[in-house]
Design a protein around this ligand. Structure first.
Ligand code: NAP
Ligand code: MG
Length: 404
């Protein structure tokens, strides 16, 4: 059978540990038999990031900007323990933080729903999509250890030579300091992409922050959303029959738990990081969450929301079989291929991506699944957990059944 041709390449960002193993298996069993893969390959595995002084991460971001579409494997964010484990020259920054800083934009994370996987929150009936602002805040913060007593100020030097200065704290003894920033432009594009996304899926948009405490920082986010909504989006939301709500973040958390789901929850960078893990875990498993970075510069980066699954990788290295769920990584590939197909007008590539998603869901709904999902069933009804390879083979068999 003729394989599907990709007219334009996508940027392929390889990663680390168990997800690097999944990456290769997914390409070999589910992609290469059907598609003549056309990718620009960037190895973001930790050793290669170290060898290149992390230049490869920046090159990969430039490739995503140039090609319009990227797909990324999970990567290790080095900490002190990893520096020792890999003998690193440097404690390199989080690749995702570097990519997000260069691409700007918003990360949309939506749970992948299968009929037989019931959310832990009984009231949830529809997916909850987290829209995470992907620029600034803690991820671009500058931090200082305040050594001994002293006084700290926040100072802004304007280009005209004048300055704004605010006292932070008079330290009697040592302490810690952090300064965060964001830009009106990035907040505006965050609000805009959330509103566009809400319209495109026909769901309400919630935005929550803590403007009562953060009277300048969080308040700015609240104002930008409100002004944009009133100026440009209210009529479109009204004719689409959807609504925009602002609320305090603690209020939002309580409401989300009592809701039925089926809305977009826009979060600042840190809130989105934390809440997306909670929402995906509550919908079933960390491995059932898709993630796409939508950049205002017109490009899209797809990835799994989970990490490199280190615990499974350690077992894999000891020669044990693993039961690691590849669904989110497969959906990262299908998302990127579908977007490539959309941008290039290649229907066979789009149809392939849809068929691949369907084969995954059909496999799970037929009762074939990895341990993370099997564990959600009561003991009496629990299906046997498949190994990683058995599960991939079951998806592959379903692909053939769909006549791909
Ligand atoms: P993790 O890799 O997401 O794994 C945490 C736990 O969640 C696993 O031990 C496993 O639980 C479960 N899990 C996650 N993905 C799974 C899958 N596909 N199938 C089955 N179970 C799955 O998070 P972590 O262990 O905290 O982090 C590991 C490394 O990933 C770190 O070096 C971190 O820097 C990196 N990380 C990268 C990204 C990214 O690139 N986007 C995101 C987060 C973390 P059980 O062990 O109980 O089975
Ligand atoms: Mg996280």
């Amino acid at each position: 059978m003729a394989r599907i041709i990709m007219h334009n390449p996508i940027a392929e960002l390889d990663g680390d540990e168990m997800t690097r193993i999944l990456w290769r298996k997914i390409k070999d069993t589910l992609l290469s038999p059907y598609i003549q893969l056309n990718t620009e390959y960037y190895d973001l595995g930790l050793s290669h990031r170290d060898e290149t002084g992390d230049a490869v991460t920046t090159e990969a971001a430039e490739a995503i900007l140039r090609l319009g579409v990227g797909v990324k494997c999970a990567t290790i964010t080095p900490n002190a323990q990893r520096v020792e484990e890999y003998g690193l020259k440097n404690m390199w920054a989080s690749p995702n933080a570097t990519l997000r800083a260069l691409l700007d934009g918003t990360v949309f994370r939506a749970p992948i729903v299968a009929r037989n996987i019931k959310p832990s929150v009984r009231t949830w009936k529809k997916p909850i999509t987290i829209a995470r602002h992907a620029y600034g805040d803690q991820y671009k913060a500058v931090e200082l250890r305040a050594e001994g007593a002293g006084e700290a100020f926040l100072v802004f030097h304007r280009q005209d030579g004048s300055e704004n200065r605010a006292p932070i704290h008079k330290f009697d003894g040592s302490g810690i300091l952090q300064a965060m920033h964001n830009t009106d432009q990035s907040i505006d594009s965050f609000a805009r992409s959330c509103m566009e996304y809400a319209l495109s899926v026909g769901q309400d948009l919630w935005f929550a922050a803590k403007d009562t405490i953060s009277k300048k920082y969080d308040h700015r986010f609240k104002d930008v959303f409100a002004e944009l909504y009133e100026k440009e989006y209210r009529p479109r939301f009204e004719s689409a029959g959807i609504e925009y709500y602002y609320m305090l973040i603690d209020d939002a958390v309580a409401r989300v738990i009592r809701s039925e789901g089926g809305f977009i929850w826009a979060c600042k960078n840190y809130d989105g990081d934390v809440m997306s893990d909670m929402v995906s875990a509550a919908f079933g498993s960390l491995a059932m969450m898709t993630s796409v970075l939508v950049s205002p510069r017109g490009c899209f980066e797809y990835e799994a929301a989970h990490g490199t699954v280190t615990r499974h990788y350690r077992r894999h290295l000891m020669g044990e079989t693993t039961s690691t769920n590849p669904i989110a990584t497969i959906f990262a590939w299908s998302g990127a291929l579908r977007k490539r197909g959309e941008l290039d007008g290649t229907n066979d590539l789009r149809a392939f991506a849809d068929a691949l998603d369907k084969a995954c869901i059909d496999t799970i709904e037929s009762g074939a699944m990895t341990r993370d999902l099997a564990a959600l069933f009561d003991a009496a009804e629990r299906p046997a957990a498949l190994t990683t390879d058995e599960f991939l083979n079951a998806v592959s068999a379903n692909m053939r059944m769909l006549g791909v």
